[in-house]
Structure formats: C-alpha cells, structure tokens
Write a protein that binds this ligand. Structure first.
Ligand SMILES: [Fe+2]
Length: 389
C-alpha cells in the first residue's frame, strides 16, 4: 500500500499519524511503524476503481491497518442529558442571533462563545451524544437546527483531529454562523420551492460574503471565523464560490464546516427531499472526494463519525432493531447499540450491547445487517436515546 501525501496542515494535530508519503511493502514495515508509536496512516485507494461508493466504503473499513487513539470518555448515559441541555440552549441562541441580524442589531458574540463553549466541553466528554442529538431535530426547525448541527458536527470532528479548546470554539462559532448571510438574501428567494433562476441562484451564492460582512461590522469577530464563513462553499477542485479557491487555499475551519454542512443537509428532511441515511450520506460524500472535498479529509470525517454514526437505527442479524449510541472509531462495524425493537418493530425493554466487547468475549454471533430508516417505520428515536434506560 502507499501512504499518501497529506495535503493540509489540518492533520498536524493528529497524534501518532504516520505521514511520510511512499510505499509500505511488508507486514514487517507495518510492525516497525507500530513499535515506533504510529497508530494510523492514510493509504491510496486504487485509481480507476469503478465500484459503487458503498463498496469503496466497505473497502475503506477493511483497509484499516491502523486505528485511531482511544481517549477517555464520560459514559453516554451520563452525558446525554447535559449534552441535550447544551444543544437546546444553542438552538435558543441561534434563534436569537438570526433575529438580531434581521433586526439590524449586533450579534452578541460573547454569548455565542459561551454557548459554543458548552458544546465543546460536551464534545470532549462524549462526542457521540452530540452526533445523536444532531440527528433528532425535526424538519420544521431546520433553519436553526442546521446552524447548531453544523457547529456540533464540526466541533466533534475538530476534537477528533486533536484541536485545542480555543480553536474548537472558533470552529463551533463559525459553524453556528456559517449561513448568517442568508438573512441578507430576499426571503422570496430563500423560501422559493420552484427551481431558482440563474440570477436568483447568483444572489444565494453571495450569502458567504454577506455573512462575513455582517460579522465584520460586529467588530469583535476573529479573522479565522470570518474566513471560515466566507469560504464555507469553496470546493477542493475550485468549483465552489465565491472566490473559486482550491485545496489548501481554503481555510482549514471552512473545510471542516463544509463537510459538516453537506453531511447535515444530506441527512436532514427538507420540504423538497427526504433525509438520506447517515451511512449512505457518508458514502455519497466519499464519492465527492477530489471534487468537493480533500480525499484524505473526507476519509477522516468518515472515520470520525463511524460507518454507523451515533443515532443510526440498525437492523441486527437476529431480526431485532437497535440504535447506535456510541461509534467505535477503531472497529467501525462494531459500535455500542441499544436494542429497542423486536423483529416486528414492537418496543422491547432496551438492552445495551457493546458489539466489540461481545466479539472479544467470543459471542460474535450478533452483528449489524444494515441501517434502517426510522421515519419509514414512523419511529421517534429521541425518547430511546435521551432516557436513562
Ligand atoms: Fe451556506
């Protein structure tokens, strides 16, 4: 296999990441790297691979020669209530800043820092709680929920990359405010259900600059945040807007926000489309590498969220259904799940199962067959995820 050249400074935070580009030709070489303390690397996938995105994702999992470091976490059950409070407060704050901007008032930046600070603290204690919560918001609150989901998913990914507290707060604030410029686009265009005309689309494409200008006028927003807002629709291949920047000329925070923005948009219900299942959304995003995203960055994003991200409903090989409450970055196919429904979709007393621990004990017969769509079965996962048992 060949270790690829990492194209950005984003990954310098990753501890134990082997980054010297070039071939690794033997198991012995891998052993040497492991002994030297390297725990993971990124390797090139075959050029000209024409299999489906899902197949390629499977292959990505199979190729996990290295595993990411394991950090101590607070238990999901303990953190979920605190995380839910931080998420709710952030929703209230998002409503407030959008109203303030519409009314021509200053954004309360200090309060934004506090709100995002709570999200960052929760992400450090247990990132899966926030990933779950981002999947529980409902369609009618999309505008505000999207701001907060982009902030939380960005922060979770930034934390995975090993970013420090101050940088995570800038990232979260930029995520929360990334679309603030849409308040300056006429609402008849923003709310239009029919296809936009070219002129209308050009106007929508100005929202990153509008957002940046609004925040510049605030006078207290750091340059990294302004830059992230301005660049959040730029693409790896230069086909984005407004400046057609390419690759690492796009600010690092903007590249993270762009991944979170697309992931949340794909996995959310909108007036014109149904939500796509999280694992399918990640497969689609993997197919967008080289165009929208840096290939290495999107691989890491997938590794961070897991093949079955927290909050996914999954069908097991015994017919029962469970909800993923904790992903397993080292063994993405073996997350922790809460079994909640029998094969006829009837609720059963919930049972927590750590699939990796089960396998380690030799009870390897329980496995995930596929992701299921909770809305197709009219199942509301929120009570299952937020109550104690
Ligand atoms: Fe946007």
């Amino acid at each position: 296999m060949e270790v690829v050249q990492l194209s950005s400074e984003l990954w310098e935070h990753m501890p134990n990441l082997y980054t010297r580009p070039g071939p690794i030709e033997s198991r012995e070489q891998v052993e040497v790297l492991l002994r030297e303390g390297f725990s993971h690397a990124f390797v090139r996938l075959d050029a000209g691979d024409d299999r489906s995105a899902e197949d390629r994702l499977d292959r990505l999992v199979a190729e996990r020669t290295f595993s990411p470091p394991i950090r101590p976490r607070v238990a999901f059950e303990k953190e979920i209530q605190v995380a839910a409070m931080a998420y709710e407060n952030a929703m209230v704050h998002a409503r407030r800043i959008i109203t303030d901007v519409k009314m021509g008032r200053k954004v309360d930046y200090e309060a934004s820092l506090e709100t995002v600070g709570d999200i960052v603290e929760s992400a450090v204690r247990n990132p899966d709680t926030l990933v779950c919560l981002s999947k529980l918001s409902t369609y009618d609150e999309y505008t505000y929920a999207h701001c907060i989901n982009v902030a939380t998913i960005s922060v979770v990914f930034g934390e995975y990359l090993g970013m420090g507290n101050d940088e995570l707060i800038n990232l979260g604030v930029a995520g929360m405010m990334h679309d603030l410029g849409k308040t300056a686009v006429p609402s008849r265009i923003i709310n239009k259900r029919a296809r936009l005309t070219d002129q209308e689309f050009d106007e929508v494409k100005r929202h990153p600059e509008y957002g940046c200008r609004i925040l510049e006028k605030n006078g207290d927003v750091p340059e990294e945040v302004l830059e992230a807002v301005r660049h959040h629709h730029e693409k790896y291949n230069g086909a984005g807007y407004p400046e057609h920047r390419v690759k690492r000329d796009i600010s690092p925070l903007a590249r993270i926000i762009s991944l979170a923005d697309v992931y949340d948009a794909l996995t959310s219900d909108r007036s014109y489309k149904d939500a796509i299942l999280p694992n399918k959304a990640l497969a689609i995003m993997y197919g967008m590498r080289e165009q929208d995203f840096d290939p290495m960055e999107v691989q890491l994003f997938i590794k961070c969220l897991g093949i079955f991200p927290a909050g996914s409903l999954v069908k097991l090989n015994n017919g029962a259904y469970g909800v993923v409450y904790e992903s397993n970055p080292a063994l993405p196919l073996l997350p922790k799940i809460k079994i909640i429904l029998d094969e006829d979709l009837h609720p059963i007393p919930s049972e927590l199962v750590d699939l990796a621990a089960e396998q380690a004990l030799g009870h390897a017969n329980l496995e995930i067959l596929e992701c299921a769509d909770p809305s197709a079965y009219k199942i509301n996962l929120k009570p299952y995820l937020t109550r104690k048992r």
